[in-house]
Design a protein around this ligand. Structure first.
Ligand SMILES: NC(=O)C1=CN([C@@H]2O[C@H](COP(=O)(O)OP(=O)(O)OC[C@H]3O[C@@H](n4cnc5c(N)ncnc54)[C@H](OP(=O)(O)O)[C@@H]3O)[C@@H](O)[C@H]2O)C=CC1
Ligand SMILES: O=C1O[C@H](COP(=O)(O)O)[C@@H](O)[C@H](O)[C@H]1O
Length: 518
């Protein structure tokens, strides 16, 4: 049986979850809510414990109250069952610990023995590092030196992004981790891989006879991937100013989505086989050979102040903890070539940005136009066929076809046939973090990034960063609330294409056949 199917059948085993960074933002917004959802859905057996770890002091009761408040605010499930909540909360403990103090880890080992006995846990240990990357190495060494990794069951570590700042720093980090953990014990998070519709890409591609045969350069004109955000940098200005859209979104989420679109069918659904195919795509990305090539193919921008729905929004340079003269990009659009047999000649256009008009993640597959000698095509400006995969916040797909306008004489009209998944079952699909934590506990690393993928992605991105370092002349400014620099439109126009409208911007002339009530 293949590993993915097999792991679906493996229930999550009992384990202690060590949450390093338990007083931080990620734990509050994503991790506690994810654990509660898993518990509510019966995906956590009763034999588990969660140990919150950070430097500041917290009594257990206070910690459980923090967890409760985070769930009330951020979880997709309501805490409306007091008995269930009390049972869940009983599994939570807090221990103050400074990562640099190995003695504290020895105390943690003692606490683990108590928790294993109390909840009948088979001594499996999952370490979640919701910490600044500079602490990933020290925490790993102290886990090893304190005996925390000498468990009777399995030990696994989930690492948050960013995994390094460039290839050398990622390599250094990986060397540190691999002195302590085996590759199969390291689960590198890219939360986009935990999204329902990103995982659905494989099903849409490989389970539909009318897509897979067309999935190549004979039929596809271009691919567009948009990850747009309406928010600015919120309270993460300090981190973002050193990172920018290239490192924050492109090296990881955008390139990972591109691999899901472009990969060859894997030889099985085994996680390693899938990751083998993804890394081949990353190896096939055509590197930009010169700084001029970078400038010609990669557009960067930064938002200035703007007014959105009557609210004045500050410029990026006015945000908290951002250098007032910062040249960090908050927008990136690029034309990427995948140099392999399947994709030769098909441009992949990717774009991401903060303070854009709409929050959406979408993939558009634009098919080649019909030959112009067909009667209809001669008389009408036919729109190309599209397959659009909506990842977030709306989840679903639609295909755009051409059909005769009913009753009219040879009039042709674009028709969009939509399956809106989130309209069908509500916006209650599992959060990415729920799936990924659940997968890690079951030992399924399919939707985590393997080291060779991370390294390959950095290699591609580092060339762009190096070219950008030479001069900042090509940094385009765009007002908050706009669609980013015009140069990004010109990138496509030069090839005879344009960005297709995304969710919320639908064109007027299209007839929608949809379950969304459109
Ligand atoms: N927040 C988000 O939305 C996202 C975050 N991430 C990544 O997740 C990680 C955590 O981010 P986030 O939660 O926002 O960060 P925060 O700054 O909010 O939290 C950092 C945590 O680390 C703890 N900490 C810091 N130093 C030590 C130390 N020496 N010993 C023990 N604990 C320490 C802090 O607690 P204390 O001060 O009490 O010690 C706090 O709990 C980062 O790698 C980030 O890039 C990734 C994607 C999104
Ligand atoms: O990893 C990150 O992702 C978020 C966007 O995630 P989404 O699931 O809301 O689309 C982004 O805001 C953040 O800057 C980045 O670090």
């Amino acid at each position: 049986m293949n590993q993915a199917i097999q792991s679906e059948l493996i229930p999550a085993q009992g384990a202690v979850y060590y949450l390093f960074g338990a007083t931080g933002d990620l734990a509050k917004r994503k991790l506690f809510p994810a654990l509660f959802s898993l518990y509510k859905e019966g995906k956590l057996t009763e034999n588990f414990a969660v140990v919150g770890l950070a430097r500041r002091s917290r009594a257990n009761e206070q910690f459980r109250q923090d967890v409760y408040e985070s769930i009330v605010e951020f979880c997709r499930y309501k805490v409306d069952d007091t008995e269930l909540w009390n049972r869940f909360a009983e599994h939570f403990e807090y221990m103050p610990l400074d990562i640099n103090n190995v003695d504290a880890f020895r105390e943690l080992n003692k606490l683990t023995d108590e928790l294993n006995r109390k909840f009948d846990i088979p001594d499996n240990r999952l370490f979640y590092l919701a910490l600044a990357p500079s602490l990933f190495g020290p925490v790993s060494f102290n886990l090893r030196d304190s005996g925390m990794l000498e468990a009777k069951g399995w030990t696994r570590v989930i690492i948050e992004k960013p995994f390094g700042y460039d290839l050398p720093s990622a390599q250094e980090l990986n060397n540190e981790l691999s002195q302590v953990f085996k590759e199969e014990e390291i689960f590198r998070i890219d939360h986009y891989l935990g999204k329902e519709m990103v995982q659905n890409i494989q099903v849409i591609r490989f389970a539909n006879a009318f897509f897979e045969p067309l999935w190549n350069n004979n039929y596809i004109a271009n691919v567009q991937i948009t990850l747009s955000e309406t928010v600015g940098v919120e309270d993460r200005g300090g981190y973002y100013d050193k990172s920018g859209a290239l490192r924050d979104m492109t090296q990881n989420h955008m390139l990972q989505m591109l691999t899901m679109i472009a990969m060859e069918p894997p030889s099985s659904l085994n996680g390693e086989h899938i990751r083998d195919e993804k890394v081949k795509v990353l190896r096939s990305l055509r590197p930009y050979a010169t700084s001029e090539e970078v400038r010609a193919n990669v557009i960067r921008g930064q938002y200035t102040s703007g007014v959105v729905k009557g609210t004045e929004l500050p410029a990026y340079r006015e945000e908290d903890s951002v250098n007032p003269e910062s040249t960090t990009e908050t927008y990136l659009a690029a034309k990427v070539a995948v140099d392999n047999f399947r994709w030769a000649g098909v441009p992949f256009y990717i774009r991401t940005g903060k303070r854009l008009p709409v929050k959406t993640t979408e993939v558009v597959i634009e098919f080649k136009s019909m030959p112009q000698n067909v009667l209809f095509a001669q008389r009408h400006d036919l729109s190309p066929n599209l397959l659009v995969i909506r990842v977030n916040p709306m989840e679903g797909i639609y295909i755009k076809v051409n059909a005769k306008t009913p009753g009219a004489d040879n009039e042709v009209q674009p028709v969009a046939m939509e399956f809106c998944q989130s309209c069908q079952i509500g916006l209650n699909t599992p959060e990415a973090y729920e799936r990924l934590i659940h997968d890690a506990v079951r030992g399924d690393s399919t939707y985590f990034t393997r080291w060779d993928e991370v390294a390959q992605a950095w290699e591609f991105v580092d060339r762009i960063a190096a070219a950008w370092k030479e001069s900042q002349d090509d940094l385009h400014m765009y007002p908050a609330g706009s669609w980013g620099p015009e140069a990004a439109d010109k990138l496509l126009a030069a090839d005879g294409f344009h960005w297709w409208p995304v969710n919320g911007q639908e064109e007027d002339n299209v007839i929608w056949v949809s379950n969304s009530g459109k």
